[in-house]
Structures are given as structure tokens and as C-alpha cells.
Design a protein around this ligand. Structure first.
Ligand SMILES: *[C@@H]1O[C@H](CO)[C@@H](O)[C@H](O)[C@H]1NC(C)=O
Ligand SMILES: *[C@@H]1O[C@H](CO)[C@@H](O)[C@H](O)[C@H]1NC(C)=O
Ligand SMILES: *[C@@H]1O[C@H](CO)[C@@H](O)[C@H](O)[C@H]1NC(C)=O
Length: 406
């Protein structure tokens, strides 16, 4: 869409839903698309309200307005008093995207696939901003660097070697977490869960999480604490009560529900794993197509009692409705009493091409004397920060296995 060239249909009217469906169907008959990208999901305009102004009413000038864009409700959109089928635009503005999604849901939809324009759209970006934004944007469910016309290029190769390398690292990090991301999208599809979620969704009893808009989670366990300010090499993040682990090192943090100051040099984005998770990661490569056959690395963050759990949903990455047509693998990982069990609950040939190469366990309090994989002795390393790592596993993902230590 482009403001000024686009008509914004009134999705609060059922007739619009029929019209929308007819148009999508006509298009689909010609181009059998798999998905719809619905961009700019609210009426947007380059003028405030309308070219002839807005009526001087209470809807236009309510006593309380947001402290942005001059406090004008009509800024860059319709007059608040514009009439929609169901109600005034004042009441409907924030529902516009939802109703558009509802009208689209008979075909398809993927509302969780969202993300802002990395490095910024309007006006010039600069390197530090773009690096920090790429690190954050690698954790948007939908990752896209997007520039406006007539601006300087802002794709990673145009920056200095260190900036470029920091951006590359964060995109590879995203690729390495792709098995987790894909599984979260599966959950979104089948259960309506969110992929990225605010802390308050997971910690509803902790009122301190309610106002947090500078941190978020992937699923229930991976916490992202990006740097959003210029010129700093640290960031303050809130850690809800419990045991957390630095994702990269496995160093543990026992929080009583407190804010912590974290190191955040330019090439680093802080990631923490909540206790009790097993997340599937993979060796990354330059595109998801080549990454998707790479060996897996399972990372377990043990809770105080030594338990953890997680899962992997996997299919060919391309076919539609694989869950509905049984063309997928579903593997569940559980850790209890010094034993990880991987159980294939639903098998599919896609899983048989993939191996589990490495398993790391964060929070193994006592150094093991022996590690066994399917009852055979295995080599392992143990670090003083209580991280147990078992490498060169070569385990077939489509077969159940156990890893134990004593
Ligand atoms: C991607 O895979 C190719 C082929 O296996 C390999 O040569 C290359 O080093 C990999 N790239 C990364 C970033 O791992
Ligand atoms: C793998 O584990 C699942 C779940 O416990 C079980 O149903 C299945 O029979 C196991 N497969 C094999 C080959 O033992
Ligand atoms: C993994 O196991 C399946 C049987 O469960 C087998 O068909 C497949 O060939 C095995 N894959 C490898 C790489 O050995």
C-alpha cells in the first residue's frame, strides 16, 4: 500500500469480508499463492484526518490522548469521527488490523509473523543504530531490513567490517535458533500461542513485568534483552524470580525478581534461558534452505530440581498443511534425574536426515564421572560454571535416545 494511492475498505462491515474473499479468490485462481503478506494494517494517510479537516467534536479532542504525534488521534490517519459500519473510527482504529485478519482467515493467515523495518525506513540510518536494530530484529518473528527510496543503502555489506560482522553474527544466531522458531510457529498455528511474547504473558503474577517493553521472550523460555540506547556497552534487564542462564555460556543467575546490569558490547545481544527448557538449535548456514539439514544442538537449562523439557516440530519446510496431512515429525525432549530422553511421538522421513550432534546441559551441579548415550559410554566435558556438554553424538533424530550421567 501507499498512502494516497490506496483505498482502505471498512472491514467492520460483513459485506467487505465477502468482497475481500472474492478478490483473493480471483487472484488465487490466477496465481496459486501460499500466503498473504498484509502490510500497514490500519488506514494510513499523508494528511491528518482529511484534506478538508475534521469536525470539532469530542471524539476528535478527547480529554486524554497519547503523548505522540502532537497528541492528535487523526495524525496520519482518518478523522476519529469518521463513520464505519460498526462504530466511529475512534472506536474502531485499533481493531482495523484484527478485522482485516479475520476477513483473511478463511484462506490462511499468519498473524504471528510480524516485525518492524530493521534499521528504520524513513530517513538516514547510521551504523550503531543499524547494528543494534539488526540484533533486535533477528528476534522479530519476521526479520526484514527495509529501506525507503532515496536513502543511503543500509544492508549489512555497506558498513565497516566490525559492524558487518556483528550483523552477520546476529543473523546466523537467528538461523541457529530456527528449529525453535519453527516449532513456536507450529504452536501458534495449532494452539494460537504467540511466537514472541511479553514477559507478562509468562509471569502474570509478577506485576513488575506488566510495564516491560524493552525485553521479550521467544516462547516461554528464551529472553531477549536488546540495547535500545546509543553509545552504551551495557543494558539493564529485569529477571523474573527463578533461575536463568546466559544462553551463550550457561552461567547461571538466581533472581529474586530484580533488575540486573548486563554487559552489552556492540557485537553482543543478551539472551537468557529460563530454567526448565530444552531448546533445539542447529549449526547455521547462509540460508535456511542449507541450514535446515544441519546437525542439531540441544540446549537444556535445568531447573533447581534438575528437570527440563522441550520439543521439536519438523517437516520439509515447504509443503502446506503438513500437520493436517501427517507429513511431519514431532519429537519431545525431557530431562529428569540426570537423564535426557528424546521420544519421537510422530515420525516422518524429514527427521531421519537429521542428526543430534551435541547436547549441552546448563546447571549440572555435580561433575559427572560417567556419561552414557543409549547405555554406551560417551566422551564429555564439564565446565566449572556447571555446564555439561556431550559432543559427536551422531544420533538419528527419528529414533528415541537417552543421554544419562552419574
Ligand atoms: C555452509 O555450508 C557450506 C557447505 O557445507 C560450508 O562450506 C560453509 O562453510 C557453511 N557456512 C557457514 C557460515 O557455516
Ligand atoms: C519412541 O518413544 C515413543 C514415546 O514413548 C514410543 O511411543 C515409541 O514406541 C518409541 N519408539 C521406539 C522405536 O521404541
Ligand atoms: C534414521 O533412522 C531411520 C529409521 O528410524 C532410518 O530410516 C534412516 O535411514 C536413519 N538415518 C540415518 C542417517 O541413518
Amino acid at each position: 500500500v501507499w498512502p494516497g494511492l490506496t483505498a482502505f475498505p471498512d472491514f467492520s462491515d460483513d459485506v467487505t469480508h465477502e468482497w475481500w474473499y472474492d478478490n483473493l479468490k480471483r487472484f488465487h485462481d490466477k496465481v496459486p499463492f501460499d500466503g498473504l503478506w498484509i502490510d500497514m494494517n490500519e488506514p494510513s494517510s499523508f494528511v491528518d484526518g482529511s484534506t478538508v479537516g475534521c469536525p470539532d467534536t469530542e471524539l476528535e479532542n478527547p480529554p486524554y490522548t497519547p503523548g505522540i504525534l502532537g497528541g492528535l488521534l487523526r495524525a496520519k490517519t482518518l478523522c476519529a469521527s469518521a463513520v464505519q459500519k460498526t462504530s466511529s473510527h475512534y472506536n474502531m482504529h485499533s481493531l482495523y488490523g484484527l478485522l482485516e485478519a479475520k476477513a483473511s482467515a478463511r484462506n490462511l493467515l499468519s498473524v504471528p509473523l510480524v516485525g518492524a523495518d530493521i534499521c528504520g525506513f524513513s530517513e538516514q540510518t547510521e551504523e550503531e543504530l543499524c547494528v543494534r536494530w539488526t540484533q533486535l530484529g533477528a528476534f522479530y518473528p519476521f526479520t526484514r531490513n527495509h529501506n525507503s527510496i532515496d536513502q543511503k543503502p543500509q544492508d549489512p555489506p555497506v558498513f565497516s567490517p566490525s559492524g558487518r560482522s556483528a550483523m552477520k553474527q546476529s543473523l546466523l544466531l537467528r538461523s541457529s535458533l530456527f528449529p525453535l522458531l519453527y516449532t513456536l510457529f507450529h504452536r501458534a498455528h495449532t494452539h494460537g500461542h504467540t511466537v514472541a511474547r511479553p514477559l507478562l504473558f509468562e509471569f502474570p503474577k509478577d506485576v513488575r513485568t506488566y510495564g516491560i517493553d524493552r525485553q521479550f521472550l521467544w516462547g516461554k523460555s528464551l529472553m531477549v534483552t536488546p540495547v535500545l540506547d546509543p553509545g552504551v556497552d551495557y543494558v539493564v534487564g529485569y529477571f523474573p524470580q527463578g533461575l536463568w542462564y546466559d544462553y551463550y555460556t550457561g552461567d547461571s543467575i538466581r533472581s529474586k525478581g530484580e533488575e540486573l546490569r548486563l554487559k552489552a558490547p556492540l557485537e553482543h545481544i543478551n539472551l537468557h534461558l529460563r530454567e526448565g527448557a530444552v531448546i533445539p538449535t542447529q549449526r547455521p548456514n547462509t540460508t535456511l534452505f542449507v541450514s535446515s539439514g544441519q546437525p542439531l544442538h540441544l540446549v537444556s537449562s535445568l531447573s533447581e530440581d534438575g528437570s527440563a523439557g522441550g520439543e521439536l516440530f519438523w517437516d520439509d519446510g515447504e509443503s502446506i498443511d503438513t500437520f493436517e496431512t501427517d507429513q511431519y515429525a514431532h519429537v519431545v525432549f525431557t530431562v529428569v534425574k540426570n537423564t535426557m530422553t528424546s521420544e519421537v511421538l510422530h515420525d516422518h522421513v524429514e527427521a531421519s536426515y537429521i542428526t543430534v550432534e551435541t547436547a549441552s546441559f546448563y546447571g549440572v551441579k555435580v561433575e559427572p564421572t560417567r556419561v552414557t548415550v543409549n547405555s554406551h559410554d560417551a566422551a564429555f566435558t564439564y565446565r566449572a560454571n556447571q555446564v555439561l556438554t556431550v559432543t559427536d553424538l551422531g544420533l538419528n533424530l527419528s529414533q528415541n535416545f537417552t543421554i544419562s550421567w552419574i
